[in-house]
Structure formats: C-alpha cells, structure tokens
Ligand binder design. Structure first.
Ligand SMILES: [Zn+2]
Length: 64
C-alpha cells in the first residue's frame, strides 16, 4: 500500500471514517459523490464497511 497524500483524487484514506460516520457532512457528501463515479473506491468501501461493522461489535474501551 503506497502513501496517499493530500493531492490524491481518490478517497480511500477516508473510507474508514466515512463508514463510521465520523466525517463532516461536507466530507460525507464529497465521498458519496466520488463513490458513485469510482468503481475502485466503491469496491474498497464495501470492504471497509464490512470491517467497520465488525469493529462496531466491540466496545471501544476494549481496544485499550
Ligand atoms: Zn476513487
């Protein structure tokens, strides 16, 4: 996995936060729009959303 800096047009580095609903409404809208037009990120999001659903089963405090 390569580093994805700020100039990256894709949104993969933000998909985790997006799946958890941790982004601002503005970022949320930006990513939703990108996912509609980018099959690569949409596929990555499907995987991340699965992981986020699993993570949500654990209490955050259990991770510490
Ligand atoms: Zn993309």
């Amino acid at each position: 996995m390569t580093g994805e800096a700020g100039g990256d047009p894709h949104v993969r580095s933000q998909l985790g936060a997006y799946a958890l609903g941790a982004l601002t409404p503005e970022e949320d809208r930006l990513i939703a729009g990108h996912l509609e037009g980018c099959a690569g990120c949409a596929a990555a999001y499907a995987e991340v959303a699965d992981g986020a659903a699993l993570l949500a089963l654990f209490d955050e405090e259990d991770l510490w």
